[in-house]
Design a protein around this ligand. Structure first.
Ligand code: AMP
Ligand code: GLY
Length: 416
């Protein structure tokens, strides 16, 4: 194998984690990131040009393997366009990306494949939602906007107050909506590398979607994660294989959907087994920030093979460590994030990684410029160590007004 150039598309902490994993590979020659962020600038050349045609040109000029971080360019057909020019890319085709970009399509596929998921109905407008909830469905209920909403178009409504709040917010968006049965259980994020025929598990992870531990707090893009998941049993993994992963990957193959990348399955583990909440067609964020640092295998050969439609091996090696990642978000996130705060990282705690997302460099100073600003990850031999060092590192970050959860992986650290 020859050393290769790599282009990472995206600008979040997930893409920073991808850059960091790839920067450790002896096979990676030069690395570009577009648009990138100041953290990625320490590892890669940044190119601020954004959009499909800019990325096509950049990939061609750099003669790079392209790794697509976020879902939006995938749904817009970036992988198809790169492949049409003979360029290597990790990321599903536009047809594959529909599993994430259209929730109603994903539901239809699950129905066809017999994959367990919440009962649901797609309706046109708010009036139809009201009628349905008033007549048959009642509360609790879950209402989702169709299309890409980055974790924010989902309303979990278990009481009258939340219903009224939904009605207030939903007025701006007249649908279509998906009305869904409320599922109770523990959530887990299962991510696999797949070529649309076979798949290999990455270490599973748990995200923390709410802004705070308070169940009334808003849903966010994700406020922290841990990996692996000690409470997930071998037999639960086998059920996930049999009931979910084998049928969905089988479907991609039968339909000849070009899928070379990551499939992310958001699951609710209920008392009657795993139910799919959502498919995503890329690594999770913040899941990537805890999963990638656990890998013992060099990431590059996996991605290079995946781009050619092959899986490197039947299993991916991990270090056996535990990872706890805590997101530091801006004051006012998610509704009204405040930008422009100066960030100072006085001490670097050994065993931690700091991945940047909504940051910018202004006159040599790191500043916040978005909602989720940093993901601070602690790696340890057990969860209590990983968690302790993550929070020790957070105390050494000066970030006025930062919001972060203090309970990430709290329940696990008690058991080691
Ligand atoms: P989604 O973007 O569809 O994964 O939804 C975002 C979050 O809403 C999920 O991570 C869950 O916490 C919650 N959620 C979504 N669907 C349901 C459901 N049917 N029952 C209970 N909670 C749900
Ligand atoms: N952490 C959830 C997501 O990436 O969609």
């Amino acid at each position: 194998m020859e050393r290769q150039n790599v282009l990472v598309i995206g600008q979040g902490a997930r893409e920073h984690a991808l850059c960091q994993a790839l920067a450790m590979s002896p096979w990676v020659d030069k690395m570009w990131a577009s648009p990138g962020n100041p953290g990625m600038a320490e590892l890669a050349h940044l190119d601020a040009r954004e959009g499909l045609s800019a990325w096509l040109n950049l990939a061609q000029e750099a003669n790079a393997l392209t790794v697509v971080g976020p879902e939006v360019p995938l749904a817009a057909g970036l992988s198809d366009a790169l492949r049409a020019r003979g360029l290597a890319v990790v990321g599903p085709s536009r047809a594959g990306a529909r599993l994430e970009s259209s929730k109603s399509y994903a539901k239809e596929v699950m129905r066809q494949c017999g994959i367990p998921t919440a009962r649901s109905m797609t309706v046109d407008g708010l009036d139809a939602v009201k009628a349905l909830v008033a007549s048959e469905w009642g509360l609790p209920v879950v209402i989702k906007e169709d299309g890409l909403a980055q974790g924010k178009g989902v309303f979990v409504i278990t009481n009258e107050g939340q219903w009224q709040r939904f009605l207030g917010q939903a007025r701006e968006n007249q649908g279509p909506f998906i009305v869904e049965e409320y599922l109770e259980g523990r959530e887990i994020s299962v991510e696999v590398f797949t070529n649309g025929r076979d798949y290999v598990w990455l270490p599973p992870a748990v995200d923390h979607k709410r802004l705070s531990a308070d169940q009334e707090s808003p849903n966010t893009g994700g406020m922290g994660a841990y990996s692996p998941v000690p409470w997930l049993s071998q037999s639960q993994c086998q059920t996930i294989d049999r009931q979910i992963l084998e049928p969905i990957v089988g479907y991609l193959g039968e339909q000849s959907i070009d899928y070379r990348g990551v499939l992310y399955v958001g699951l609710m583990m209920t008392t009657s087994g795993p139910y799919v909440l959502e498919f995503n067609v890329r690594l999770g964020d913040p899941e990537a920030e805890v999963v990638l640092p656990l890998l013992a295998d060099d990431l590059y050969p996996w991605l290079a093979e995946l781009a050619q439609g092959r899986l490197l091996k039947s299993k991916i090696a991990d270090t056996g460590k535990r990872a706890v990642g805590v997101v530091m978000a801006a004051e006012g996130y998610p509704e009204h994030p405040v930008a422009g705060r100066t960030l100072e990282i006085s001490t670097r705690v050994p065993g931690t990684r700091i991945f940047q997302a909504g940051t910018e460099m202004v006159d040599g100073h790191l500043r916040s410029r978005g909602g989720r600003v940093l993901t601070v990850v602690g790696l340890g031999d057990d969860f209590s160590e990983a968690r302790a060092i993550a929070y020790r590192q957070i105390s050494a970050v000066e970030f006025p007004g930062a919001q972060f959860r203090d309970d990430i992986a709290e329940d696990l650290s008690k058991h080691g």
